[in-house]
Design a protein around this ligand. Structure first.
Ligand code: SF4
Length: 365
């Protein structure tokens, strides 16, 4: 078995730690790129959402290198994501490729026994015993938490750094160095070292940078290629950003879902505007917008793929929040046709607007 997995933000780093720890052969697709999107689009229904297309591109690029098994997470509710795995399995069958798909669905949907069977398909190829496998899993979780923490810190501190570009440089070299390790233990050491280095970045506490919350559809906010590297660009502009949805958040949220204790704060804040789940993370998007305003952010940017059903629902509600709370929110839709120039212009115009609002408040006070 040569396993691969689609790119989902920083998951590839934790996936490397997991497969290295389990002693399983794996082939990670190249980081998301134009070719993956083009190939994925070519083999996908035109109207399907962007994440599906990029994922198909990931599989093709990994299969070309010898992968024969795809590991992917299952449904996140009543939207197209629930159909991704089935559609992708059929696609590769039609293409004449014999690819095994291991879909990790929530136990509430498929039952504990079936989940165990699916996990077993991976673990029986491991060279490690049960204790070693549990250790590998725990270390991969640790890696995921660490890299998400580092990224969050870097994105926020970029607004306060004294030496321009330092946080971005550290974040990029952290990911590169983590991927150059050969064992999960070494990877954790590298990540911890970078976490310390970020804690020691010289910051100017007197700075009051523009603060923007990144909200919206989880794939397009965590996967930089799909959002035209918006967080990198905001770091370059000296904006402090925060995004609550991360792969480690997703794991915790999915595990807690059956108890209904997941993301309580977000749900509580969404309640006035959207009290029910609408699939994907539409409700979370609303809760995060409300929270961002309460937490003193200057504005929020919602990002979602063209045709994303849950986020279209949120997009309709966001202007009410914006008006009621006097809180600017911009929605950006991405697909394979999105041009960088227009995208950047909108982001820059939004930052200008937030800066002007600050100046107006100061001149009136
Ligand atoms: S959340 Fe939106 S983009 Fe993601 S699968 Fe569902 S419809 Fe598609």
């Amino acid at each position: 078995m040569k396993i691969t997995a689609p790119h989902l933000g920083n998951v590839y780093i934790a996936a490397k730690a997991l497969f290295d720890g389990l002693g399983i052969e794996y082939i990670m697709p190249p980081l998301n790129n134009k070719e993956a999107l083009e190939m994925g689009s070519l083999h996908s229904p035109e109207e399907i959402c962007l994440p599906y297309k990029i994922m198909v591109g990931n599989y093709i690029q990994a299969i070309e290198k010898g992968a024969d098994t795809v590991l992917l997470p299952g449904s996140c509710g009543p939207c197209r994501f629930g159909k991704y795995a089935e559609m992708q399995m059929n696609l590769f069958k039609r293409m004449g490729k014999n690819i095994n798909f291991i879909v990790i669905d929530a136990p509430g949907d498929i039952g504990i026994k079936e989940l165990y069977n699916r996990i077993n398909q991976i673990s029986r190829n491991s060279r490690k015993g049960k204790a070693g496998q549990i250790k590998a899993l725990l270390r991969a979780v640790r890696v995921m938490n660490l890299i998400d923490e580092i990224e969050e810190k870097a994105h926020y501190l970029a607004g306060y750094e004294v030496n321009k570009g330092e946080c971005k440089k550290l974040l990029n070299s952290c990911k590169r160095d983590a991927m150059n390790t050969n064992s999960p233990r070494d990877m954790i050491m590298v990540l911890e070292e970078y976490k310390n280095r970020l804690d020691n970045v010289k910051i100017d506490k007197g700075k009051n940078p523009i603060k923007i919350a990144i909200i919206g559809e989880i794939y397009t906010i965590i996967e930089p290629f799909s959002n035209l590297y918006i967080e990198d660009k905001l770091m370059d502009y000296g904006v402090a950003t925060k995004r609550k949805l991360t792969p480690s958040w997703w794991v915790k949220d999915t595990l807690l879902k059956p108890t209904k204790l997941n993301s309580l704060k977000i749900k509580r804040n969404a309640k006035k505007y959207l009290s029910l789940g609408v699939g994907g993370h539409g409700r979370e998007c609303i809760g995060e917008a409300v929270l961002a305003q309460k937490e003193g952010f200057d504005g929020a940017i919602q990002i979602f793929p063209l045709g994303c059903m849950p986020e279209i629902v949120s997009k309709v509600i966001l202007p009410t929040i914006s008006k009621e709370k006097d809180f600017p929110i911009m929605s950006l839709v991405v697909d394979e046709m999105t041009g960088e120039a227009g995208f950047v212009t909108r982001v820059e115009a939004f930052i200008d607007l937030l800066e002007r609002r600050r100046k107006n408040v100061l001149s009136w006070s």
